[in-house]
Design a protein around this ligand. Structure first.
Ligand code: SF4
Length: 138
C-alpha cells in the first residue's frame, strides 16, 4: 500500500489530499468535492497539465504574446512542449485563440494565443488600418 500527500490544484482552496493506492484500488481523502477526488485519482494514474508560456511576436505592439496548450498534456511531456517552442515566433496581428504551433511536441494538442497583439502602426498597410485610426497612422 502506498500513500501520497497532494495539494488539489483544481481551485484556490487547495485542499490537502491523501491518496491511498492499494493495487488497483485508489482511495482519496481530504477532498471537499468530487473534482478533488478526480484530481487525486488522475494525479497518480495519468497526471496531465495545461502548459502556459509566451512566444516572441514580430512587428507587434508587444514583444511577446502569452499562450497555452489547447488542452491537457501528459506531465512528463511538459519539457518537450517548451523545447518545441524555442524556435517559434509569430507575426502580428495575433488574436486570442490563434494557433501558434499545431501538434506541439507530437502531443496532438495545439499552442494557442491567449492575448491579442496588434501590428505596430508604422508597419500597417493603409488597407489594414482601422478607419477611425487612419489619420493617426499616417
Ligand atoms: S477538493 Fe474541491 S474544494 Fe478542495 S481544492 Fe479541490 S476542487 Fe477545490
Amino acid at each position: 500500500m502506498e500513500k501520497r500527500n497532494l495539494t488539489c490544484i483544481r481551485c484556490p482552496l487547495g485542499c490537502s489530499l491523501v491518496v491511498t493506492i492499494d493495487g488497483d484500488n485508489i482511495d482519496v481523502t481530504g477532498n471537499t468535492c468530487k473534482r478533488g477526488y478526480d484530481y487525486g485519482v488522475k494525479e497518480v494514474t495519468n497526471p496531465t497539465r495545461v502548459v502556459t508560456t509566451t512566444v516572441p511576436v514580430s512587428d507587434g505592439v508587444d514583444l511577446r504574446v502569452s499562450c497555452k496548450t489547447s488542452g491537457d498534456v501528459p506531465k512528463d511531456k511538459m519539457i518537450d512542449v517548451i523545447k518545441d517552442l524555442t524556435e517559434v515566433s509569430i507575426n502580428a496581428p495575433v488574436a486570442i485563440g490563434d494557433v501558434i504551433k499545431a501538434n506541439v511536441a507530437n502531443t496532438g494538442i495545439d499552442i494557442v494565443a491567449t492575448k491579442n497583439v496588434s501590428k505596430k502602426k508604422s508597419n500597417l498597410k493603409a488597407t489594414e488600418v482601422p478607419k477611425h485610426e487612419y489619420k493617426k497612422a499616417i
